[in-house]
Design a protein around this ligand. Structure first.
Ligand code: CMC
Length: 471
């Protein structure tokens, strides 16, 4: 063991060479254009893209860049928050396995864990829950702002706008180096997200907004703001609050996904955290990210009956359809979140009654996992395959599903934003491009230009076609 440690230390010093030449923790690169060789340091299984800039064909060459348009093999940061092992279906927050957190913890405790790095001691837990509970109300003008949306506004669009609007209500949040400002912004966002989401829901249905009830826990209060009518106090079913809390835990963070990368990228400009989180909400809105649960349920509706599953799967294989709620950029095995949600579906349906779509979903999963098209491509159910069934059982309209994802992901976005502020490697995000366009053209006067096809024409013209008089 001692020998191993010495060897390890020597290697990281770069002093020991396997072949007596290059250091062991390095990559030797030969540029076949010039025949020149370079040593590039390997740290934590990565090489620095900037180390390739030295590789040039001539003095005035810009130097080699790496090309990775969707960051499929590029680490954009160091993080201690969430560990995902996609090949083995492992998910841990700050080292704690997701199944243990779902079994023993609460969403607010998990939010504390993500942000502060440790599970809270009793007095820390009490102070945290107090702080969150006492910041659930929003300024009355936010209410008026939500009231201003059209009757059919999508609640995710309303959430996106109201989270962004919060930055105007808390202008001191832009002092992002101030610890107190950072903390209060984190508390406000986690506390107010359910209020904003519930206001958007009530606006959608044309119902009066329900103010927060600070006697209820986080999930119970959210259900109250969604569903309370004339009763003096809403009494949430503990099985439903538990299931909801579980869903919130499962969705709290997922390392450098599209929306988290958006929060980090926008946050790298040193904008206030409300604006950075609004970018996360926008990214989550898309059907390939948070919008997939909505799309998965619409797909189950389209399939309609178990008998239609084979035809549907043939359509997917022919490339006419996508099996929504299946596949993941990172998980090449069963998404561990999907496994936990599946158990929650049964519990929720004990309270709300069976939904026939559950049978279609279960059968669809079984048949897809029996089919080499899906197993060869390592396509397994992801978190969104079953979550929509729970939301539907809770009587939520489909437009609300992505909003249900945004509420808990807020704690992850904030934890990542805070981590980024303290990381000495943080710089404004600014990818490079490979320019493929034309260069150095001379400006053409309008009457000398041809009328070539525009690159992005509308499928139908916006301007009505001129009609002949009398037609
Ligand atoms: N249905 C059918 N084929 C699929 C699917 C799918 N859901 N997902 C991937 N494939 C195929 C894809 O066509 C490709 O096949 P081929 O090699 O023959 O061209 C192969 O599998 C690899 O797919 P990819 O598009 O390169 O994979 P990706 O890592 O770029 O995409 C994904 C990941 C999640 C966008 C994609 O799997 C997908 O569109 N899934 C459906 C949408 C969905 O459920 N999204 C929720 C993700 S989990 C929640 C979250 O994190 O937001």
């Amino acid at each position: 063991m001692a020998d191993e440690q010495t060897q390890e230390a020597q290697r990281s010093d770069g002093e020991v060479a396997r072949d007596g030449g290059a250091p062991a923790d390095s990559l030797s690169v030969t540029d076949n254009r010039t025949g020149q060789s370079y040593e590039v340091e390997v740290v934590d299984g990565t090489v620095k893209a900037m180390d390739f800039r030295q590789i040039k064909v001539s003095e005035d060459d810009f130097g080699l860049m790496t090309y990775d348009p969707a960051f499929t093999n590029t680490a954009a940061c160091r993080s201690e928050i969430t560990f995902v092992d996609g090949d083995n279906g492992v998910l841990e927050y700050r080292g704690y396995p997701i199944d243990q957190l779902c079994e023993h913890s609460t969403y607010l405790e998990v939010a504390y864990l993500l942000i502060h790095g440790e599970l809270p001691a009793p007095e820390q837990q009490e102070a945290w829950v107090y702080d969150i509970t006492h910041h659930t109300f929003v300024h009355e003008n936010i209410k008026k702002f939500v009231e201003g949306f059209r009757y059919d506004a999508h609640p995710m669009g309303m959430l996106l706008a109201t989270v962004g609007a919060l930055s105007t209500f808390y202008p001191t949040a832009k002092d992002i180096d101030d610890d107190r400002e950072r903390y209060i912004s984190a508390v406000r966002m986690i506390a107010k997200m359910p209020t904003l989401a519930a206001f958007a829901y009530r606006q959608l249905l044309g119902l009066p907004y329900v103010y927060p009830d600070n006697d209820l826990d986080y999930s119970g209060n959210f259900l109250s703001m969604l569903f309370r009518m004339s009763e003096p106090q809403y009494e949430p079913d503990p099985r439903l609050t538990r299931a909801l809390d579980n869903l919130f835990i499962l969705h709290a963070d997922h390392e450098q996904n599209c929306s988290t990368s958006a929060v980090r990228s926008v946050g790298s400009s040193r904008v206030d955290p409300y604006s950075a989180v609004a970018a996360g909400v926008a990214a989550l809105y898309g059907p390939l990210h948070g919008g997939a649960n909505e799309a998965a349920l619409a797909m189950l509706d389209r399939i309609g009956t178990v008998e239609n599953i084979p035809d549907f799967l043939e359509g997917v294989k022919a490339g006419d359809e996508r099996l929504m709620g299946f596949g993941h950029r990172i998980y090449k095995n069963y998404d561990p979140r999907a496994q936990i949600i599946k158990k929650n579906v049964d519990e929720v349906m004990e309270v709300t009654g069976k939904n026939p779509k559950l049978q279609i979903a279960t059968e669809l999963e079984k048949r897809a996992l029996d089919d080499s098209y899906f197993t060869d491509r390592k396509l397994y159910p992801n978190v969104d395959f079953y979550s929509g069934l729970i939301y539907e059982a809770l009587n939520l309209p489909r437009d609300m599903f992505t909003v249900m994802f945004a509420i808990p992901r807020t704690s992850g976005w904030i934890a990542q934003w805070l981590e980024m502020q303290d990381d000495p490697d943080t710089k404004i995000a600014r990818p490079r491009q490979i320019y493929t366009g034309r260069r150095e053209l001379d400006y053409l006067p309008i009457d000398e230009r041809g009328s070539g096809k525009p690159r992005h024409p509308p499928s139908t013209p916006l301007k009505p076609e001129a009609t002949a008089p009398g037609q």
